[in-house]
Design a protein around this ligand. Structure first.
Ligand code: BES
Ligand code: MN
Ligand code: ZN
Length: 508
């Protein structure tokens, strides 16, 4: 979808549908008031009749015969006092989804008065949300049930700073495209998104954006000592790929941020086979890795002043005659031995070598992300990603930077107790620690592959990378989490400019 800034006023714009925000519990203001006047009170009627109340992302369509715009889509933003710019992504996404289903191909967004002084972030959210709103799950349908038809969107600049809007728009489009790219990789069935396919997607991104790419095959991974990663691949007919993308935005600096993503392209559980119910969802078990690849592409386009390496160990987790068995002991790159108790706790095994390799490449800060534990869905549901780390200041910095990204993160503890649960009688570690605090024992396991002096954050996206239900602004299925946060945090670490989307500079 194309998104542009234009200088028309809402009442004069020629378009298929003019999208205007309304706040609940107050008189119409801004664009909604102007349009209401032109339409002899038709917008006020929608609210006065109780058809909608203006609650967040409530929608009502009003036809406007004889006016430059054919229709007005009224979108609720809730109470004015609760407004935050991040709501504009959902505002735009809801409008694009609603109008796409009604065959409207050109739309125009009016912005709320609060966009004044916050032009860049407002435009970024609208562009990102509009782009993300075009994502549909029907990619394998011959004749799609719900074709997406909004082709062109414009943002009405009015009296706003057009240069700032343009800057935000550009970022929002890059981010929205990255979100959809991650979603497309995630939703693709495992037969069409093997480790080899995932590495090819990464290579495509590298070619398009100038990122450096290195893909270690099994032989090289073995030579590096990645026995933990390779133990997960042992049962698979698909060759594993260890994907490394490098962005050098600050060549003079020795600082290097590593983003490490779990790339299990299908998780059967291995010999500790999962039950059949909902096993098909395990095609999403590479969501962390897809998020890292997509975020790296966005970072390469946005060019923040920082060095970043994206690392994605990719493999299937399959049973088979060559598969790793419970009781087997494997050795990770840092020499630590791991007793395999449950082959379904495979994510941590591939991340262990991912984290070691990040250090080998010189990482000074590390963020890993993975659909790691079902326990995370029990703890936080689908409402937030669990965030754990070895350095509270670094984690607080992360939480501040991503607060308005449109993704929610929640700080969980990493008490020493959890590490004790991961001790093995026969090896240095075991790969499961019992039912209690499953998300945090997994994090404790990972911490054994990061040295205390390197600030590290672990993000468990098991409950947030994909959803079973749709919302006004978002298709069901993959959400693109954690792409928004990885990009926003990278920008924040690079010292985003003052007027930067998300206001992250202030949070530093
Ligand atoms: N990929 C799963 C975690 C998962 C489960 C993600 C459900 C999304 C939804 C992971 O590899 C796994 O199987 N974890 C086990 C760990 C256990 C064996 C300690 C789990 O959560 O049951
Ligand atoms: Mn598993
Ligand atoms: Zn898994």
């Amino acid at each position: 979808m194309q998104v542009r800034i234009v200088h028309d006023t809402p009442v004069a714009v020629g378009t298929g549908a003019l999208v205007v925000p309304v706040f609940s519990g107050e008189a119409l203001a801004g664009a909604a008031a102007d349009v209401n006047h032109l339409l002899d009170g038709a917008i006020a009627d929608v609210l006065d009749s109780g058809e909608i109340k203006g609650k967040p992302y409530e929608l009502a369509l009003v036809h406007a015969k004889g006016k430059p715009f054919s229709r007005v889509l009224v979108v609720g933003l809730g109470e004015r006092k609760n407004y935050e710019p991040g709501m504009l992504a959902r505002y735009a996404g809801a409008a694009v989804r609603y109008l796409s289903r009604r065959n409207v191909s050109e739309i125009a967004f009016a912005l709320p008065e609060q966009a004044k002084g916050a032009e860049a972030e407002s435009a970024s959210f609208v562009a990102e949300g509009a782009q993300a709103g075009t994502f549909e799950t029907h990619i394998y349908q011959g004749k799609p049930e719900k074709p997406s038809v909004v082709k062109e969107a414009v943002i009405l600049a009015g009296n706003l700073d057009a240069a700032e809007l343009e800057q935000g728009l550009r970022r929002g489009l890059v981010l929205g495209e990255a979100v959809n790219f991650a979603r497309r990789m995630a939703i693709t069935p495992a037969s069409d998104m093997t480790p080899t396919h995932l590495a090819a997607e990464a290579a495509k991104v590298a070619k398009e954006t100038g990122l450096e790419i290195d893909v270690l095959d099994e032989a090289r991974a073995r030579a590096e000592g990645m026995g933990s990663f390779l133990s997960v691949a042992a049962g698979s007919a698909q060759p594993p790929k260890f994907i490394v993308l490098t962005y050098k935005g600050d060549p003079a600096s020795k600082e290097l941020l590593a983003l490490v993503g779990k790339g299990i392209t299908f998780d059967t559980g291995g010999i500790s086979l999962k039950p059949p119910e909902r096993m098909e969802e395990m095609k999403y078990d590479m969501s962390g890795g897809a998020g890292v690849i997509a975020a790296m592409g966005a970072i390469a386009k946005l060019k923040p002043k920082i060095n970043v390496v994206g690392i994605v160990p990719a493999t299937e987790n399959m049973p088979g005659g060559k598969a790793t068995k419970p009781g087997d002991i494997v050795k990770a790159m840092n020499g630590k031995t791991i007793e395999i108790i449950n082959t379904d706790a495979e994510g941590r095994l591939i991340l262990a070598d991912g984290l070691c390799y990040a250090k080998k490449l010189g990482a000074t800060k590390i963020v890993d992300t993975a659909t790691l534990t079902g326990a995370c869905v029990i703890a936080l549901g689908h409402a937030a990603t669990a965030a754990v780390g070895n350095n509270d200041a670094f984690l607080e910095q992360f939480l501040a930077a991503v607060k308005h990204s449109g993704e929610r993160y929640w700080h969980m503890p990493l008490f020493e107790d959890y590490g004790k649960q991961m001790k093995s009688d026969i090896a240095d570690l075991k790969n499961t620690g019992g039912r209690a605090a499953g998300t945090l024992t997994a994090a404790a396991f990972l911490s054994a592959f990061v040295d205390d002096a390197t600030p590290w954050i672990h993000l468990d996206v098991a409950g947030t990378a994909y959803l079973e239900s749709e919302s006004a602004w978002q298709a069901k299925g993959p959400t693109g989490t954690p792409v928004r946060a990885l990009v926003a945090f990278t920008e924040a670490l690079a010292g985003a400019p003052a007027a930067h989307p998300n206001g992250v500079a202030a949070a530093k």
